[in-house]
Design a binder for this molecule. Structure first.
Ligand SMILES: *Cc1c(COP(=O)(O)O)cnc(C)c1O
Length: 391
């Protein structure tokens, strides 16, 4: 088969399934008001939950650091790319999450691929929630450990799998807040179960860090789980932090080992130091108790109340991620398209990101939305769903 024919047939397949994805061009900063493909929208589809991606203090910190340290880091961390700003950020993140140490990664995807492969391999076993983020599933598959998936948040199913495994080392892997569903993993139960079975627990808190818990330290703080309960904690800096990058936090021995063995850490250029400075500035803002975290909480409560009053059937979620499952791809495209015509952007999530038959709109809330924005979205959505149902 020619390469041309191969590519065309793959594309055609996606198109026939109504799963072809398209990029839009963003001509503004990220936030609640964006300019996309030449039109203005109120944005309910970004992960910039706190509005920090274009916050003046974060931008200023980035500019000042770039003026002092330049743009490129020039080398990997272990060669000579590890700057004083990376060092400061690692210390701040360790303190923030209540862990001994933290290790910065360029992206959450790389952190997950790397850490899972550094912890387990041939002869070991990895157990993953079936709705885990793609990077966690890919990390598990790449590790060459025996790979099993348990039913979503089903601790009993995981217990069965752990009981029947005789692998040398066993790693349980879960999202903290599920990225496409918005619900929380039963981390207390998972941590107890892992302990009973002498297994290790990795939690990816990409959507909880900066949002949940009294100080915003994420799902572990929210559920009072320390580094002995959740020994391997992954956080990302591209969502609530509004910046870029990721980290793993835990005991000193874990982090020291990862530094030696994690290939996506070792064989890649360090983040630009100015990006680390931006993350430090974001951390200062998101820690404030009366800051954007409080407003986000208010907005989530407002959204849930209004949605319920309108009889809209969102998934049960207390997080900034509020999905409504429509089932089929065409319906999702139709409804999201109508919302776009009304100046509203929501995420269209289809397989393979979510299981077959569960295509959905993924609404994400920001601290910067107003009550009027939320009303506009929900009334437009209510109207559109009725029209589509009767069409
Ligand atoms: C976004 C996300 C990642 C990937 O993080 P990046 O820094 O964007 O690569 C990992 N895990 C989860 C659960 C995510 O939602």
């Amino acid at each position: 088969m020619s390469l041309e024919h191969f590519c065309q047939s793959r594309l055609l397949k996606r198109q026939q399934q109504h799963r072809l994805r398209q990029r839009s061009v963003l001509a503004s900063s990220q936030g609640v008001h964006v300019r996309l493909d030449g039109r203005d929208f109120v944005n309910f589809s970004s992960n910039d939950y706190l509005g920090l991606a274009a916050h003046p203090d974060v931008t200023q910190a980035f500019k000042e650091a770039a003026a002092q340290y330049g743009v490129g880091s020039g080398a990997s961390h272990l060669v000579n790319g590890h700057s004083v700003l990376h060092e400061q950020l690692e210390q701040a993140l360790a303190e923030f999450t209540g862990r001994d140490k933290a290790l910065l990664f360029s992206t959450g995807y790389m952190a997950n691929l790397g850490v899972i492969s550094a912890l387990v391999g041939r002869g070991d076993a990895v157990f993953e929630d079936r709705l885990n983020h793609a990077s966690l599933l890919d990390g598990g598959l790449l590790s060459a450990a025996r790979f099993s998936r348990y039913r979503h948040n089903d601790v009993g199913h995981l217990a069965e799998q752990l009981s029947s495994s005789s692998a040398r080392n066993r790693l349980v892997v879960t999202d903290g807040v599920f990225s496409m569903d918005g619900d929380l993993a039963p981390l207390k139960e998972l941590s107890l179960l892992a302990r009973q079975h002498d297994a290790w627990l990795l939690v990816d808190d990409a959507h909880g860090i900066g949002v949940l818990g009294e100080n915003g330290a994420g799902c572990c703080e929210y559920l009072c789980l320390g580094q002995d309960d959740v020994p391997v904690l992954v956080g990302t800096l591209g969502k609530a932090f509004g910046s870029f990058g990721a980290f793993v936090a835990g005991r000193e021995s874990l982090i020291d080992m990862l530094l030696q063995y994690t290939r996506p850490y070792i064989y890649t250029t360090a983040l630009p130091p100015a990006v680390a400075a931006a993350s430090l500035a974001a951390l200062d803002i998101l820690r404030q108790p009366e800051g954007p975290r409080l407003q986000l909480k208010t907005n989530i409560a407002c959204f849930k109340n209004r949605a319920q009053a309108l009889g809209l059937d969102f998934l049960p979620s207390d997080s900034a991620i509020q999905p409504i499952v429509l089932g089929d791809e065409q319906r999702v495209i139709q409804v999201a398209g109508a919302l776009r015509d009304a100046g509203l952007l929501v995420g269209m999530i289809r397989p393979p990101t979510v299981p077959e038959g569960t295509s959905r709109l993924r609404v994400t809330l920001s601290a910067q939305h107003t009550e009027a924005d939320i009303d506009h979205l929900l009334t437009s959505l209510g109207r559109t769903l009725t029209q589509v149902a009767h069409a």
